[in-house]
Design a protein around this ligand. Structure first.
Ligand SMILES: [Zn+2]
Length: 292
């Protein structure tokens, strides 16, 4: 986790689009450089996100949706994987009215507003940055979700929903036409999202190969038996722990750990493109890697 805003990189990806975006656009205004800067009501953006991501569909430990109220109007929107002080400070420095994250601030446990939790929320409130979180909905989404994005990056065919979380599929599974060396699959993933953490191949005396691949970002190793039951020879997920190493080694399946952070940058970046294209808002991605 980053401890300083200087370590959180900012990638400006969204260019303002022309035209009249649907839903609640407010009159635009000129910025300091005189450029027309369209904006919209934050409430309309939040309503769209809730509907598009099907927030109400999923039972989740995360309190998904608008977690902290910010400015009533928004012209710049920041995106990041994690809600933390580094991303909050970078969002404020970049002039964002709303920060959209995968891992929000509020989960099933109740937290007093003291210490680091207080400092985080104070930063948001004093800088006028709202916080919107989308956890399971952004894993599972069929267009911008982490798992469909990863499945496409891996070049899988016949992709279909897989991997249940509280009764609903959140992952995807697909196939290669013929088995690929596991190292080639890892290379495809690494070229898209960066270095992974670990590859556990299961080839016996032969080099491991992958044909049917299940995908679940983050801590998806818990779905390993479900992957086997679905006929997968390979699971692509984010992170592992010491406890899981031998559990995986004793099963007839390969597991590629692309990194919890790295496998969950793809959903927020895809959502960033969606928001920029649909509403013409300026957007930027805040990179605050954890190396986990
Ligand atoms: Zn996660």
């Amino acid at each position: 986790m980053q401890d300083s805003v200087a370590r959180a990189g900012v990638e400006s990806a969204g260019q303002p689009a022309s035209g009249s975006p649907p839903g609640g656009q407010i009159p635009g205004r000129a910025d300091a450089a005189g450029a027309y800067n369209p904006g919209m009501l934050t409430a309309d953006l939040v309503r769209h996100l809730d509907q598009y991501l099907e927030v109400a569909r999923y039972s989740d430990a995360s309190n998904n949706g608008l977690q902290v109220q910010g400015a009533p109007e928004v012209t710049r929107v920041a995106f990041a994987v994690d809600a933390c002080l580094a991303t909050f400070e970078a969002a404020a420095a970049g002039g964002a009215g709303l920060l959209i994250v995968h891992h929000g601030l509020f989960w099933s446990q109740h937290l007093q507003l003291v210490g680091p939790h207080f400092a985080r929320i104070r930063t948001l409130i004093t800088s006028g940055v709202g916080l919107y979180a989308s956890h399971i909905p952004l894993d599972a989404h069929a267009e911008v979700g982490n798992n469909i994005q990863l499945a496409r990056m891996l070049g899988l065919g016949n992709i279909e929903p897989w991997g249940l979380y509280k009764g609903l599929p959140i992952g995807f599974i697909g196939e290669y036409p013929s088995p690929l060396p596991l190292g080639d699959v890892y290379t495809r993933l690494r070229d898209e999202i960066g270095e992974g953490n670990l590859v556990q191949g299961h080839g016996g005396p032969n080099p491991p190969t992958a044909k049917r691949v299940a995908v679940c970002s983050g801590f998806g190793v818990t779905l390993i038996d479900e992957a086997l039951a679905a006929g997968a020879d390979t699971l692509v997920t984010g992170e592992t722990s010491h406890t899981w190493y031998q559990q995986v080694a004793e099963r007839q399946i390969n597991v590629i750990y692309g990194g919890h952070y790295n496998t969950e940058t793809v959903g927020v970046k895809a959502l960033q493109k969606h928001v920029a294209a649909r509403f013409g808002l300026e957007t930027f991605f805040i990179d605050a890697p954890t190396e986990l």
